[in-house]
Design a binder for this molecule. Sequence first.
Ligand SMILES: [Zn+2]
Length: 245
Amino acid sequence: MTGPLPAAPAAHVERVLCVLAHPDDVDFGSAGTVATWTAAGTEVTYCIVTDGDAGGFDETPRDRMGPLRQAEQRAAAKEVGVEDVRFLGYPDGRLELTLDLRRDISRVIRQVRPQRVLTSSPERFWERIGASHPDHMTVGESTLRAVYPDARNPFAFPELLAEGLEAWTVPEVWLGASPRADHVVDVTDVVDRKFAALRSHVTQVSHQPEGQLEEFVGDWMRQTAQRFGLPEGRMAEAFHVVHTA
Ligand SMILES: [Zn+2]
């Protein structure tokens, strides 16, 4: 086991695809990192597997929750410079590791042709059980299976070739909420954009008193920064970076 790595900035890439289970997942764990990428000119696409129709705390009728949460995710994306948001429409809370899901993620990978994919860790984070929602782990594992081998193998899911989608090799995957995070991104300078993105998820966060979300998420990012040896008061997001070329 190696110690924490220095916070060497990752190489600039043209396109990043973020694949997450629910609206707001990308914002809690990674919106600061996304903001640093879009600020540097990287085009970022979100692929959200469910509409989050099992989330929320209010009396919103369940059939209205999906469309509401899609709109919230689009607004949150805009706060960090992301315009391209795609939803796969799977039911929230009932994701399974299926070939259909692998194919649907492979399709988006071949459409977007990203040099980097960000997704959830397929490994359970024993220290923070809330990070390891079964949908998160299922999306992480499905996305890794789509990255290798499905998206790059022209003979996997031949229907995708028939749709005109050529095979594509993703060289790098970033896993959020990983028990083996080895790469840290200092997001202190863009943290207001991350908080604005989080605040866009009104159905999820409006029950919290003013400032509590910022305090809670801020503390968590300060602890991450400290764990990776960044200076006092900095805030960071951490990932397990996997080379997949
Ligand atoms: Zn989630």
